[in-house]
Design a protein around this ligand. Sequence first.
Ligand SMILES: [Cu+2]
Length: 300
Amino acid sequence: MKFISAIITLITFFSTISIVSAHSSMLYPPVRGHPKNPNAAVKDFNCIITPLNGGGGCAPKPFPCGGYPVDNKIVTTFEAGQVIDVKFFNPNFPDIKTADPSKDQARHNGGLCEFALSYDGGETYTVIATYHKTCPDIFFEGWKVKIPENAPSCDNPGKCIFSWSWINAVGDREFYQNCADIKLIGNSTKALPIIDITRANLPPLFNDIITPEGDPLNSGNAKGSGPLAEDVKANLELEIGPNSTKNQQNNGTDTQPGSSPDHQILGAFSKDHEYCVFLKERSPNSNCNYNMLRPRFNTV
Ligand SMILES: [Cu+2]
């Protein structure tokens, strides 16, 4: 009897946790270690939704990708130039059609979402889309991410990753990441430049502690404002140099770092959730904002 009541207590404990603090995860593309991914090598029912920092009864998870193993079978294939509608999932909302949008999805006012490709299993990244303030939110499906036209192919199981990372606006300073195993069909033979994800709020690995802007109009954990129109536009228009087909048509020559056109990216890094991309005509230590730079990519 004691044993049974202990089990009931335990079940109550865990279901209470999931009701109180179920964060959202990426649902599409399917995520490593995710219970909703039929090809996941393991299914982490309790902790797939927690930050890499741990918490809510979950141990800290390693970077990258929470340490989850590569999918048994990699079935998600994206093509260069393709636009993906990312979807999010929250275990407290099993049926989104009948879900109550005023209920808690642990959005922490949203924050900063970055979507990135990695060709080396999550060591290095190229951020290909950014959503500010209102992300994530399970009640919206318009989180559009464009695979760059100049993304090279990738068919190396475990190395080719579509990453979602999230830094929440309100609450404990935390770092979230989900990884989807993918294959990429591209045109270019050149690697994309590194445009790193925001590495913060995961000491002692990422010691920068940052607080991105949130979604104040819809504060808290309920349904928010959805993807910002300016973010959708910027993400769909983003071109990542220096190997875009436009560059190649204009020059007819190789564009190695440091070699020629004015718009060429010489290097990139992210700090305090602001991207600084070094352009040829820009001094490397000038403060530049990723969003401010994006229109320049469009005019090259
Ligand atoms: Cu939380």
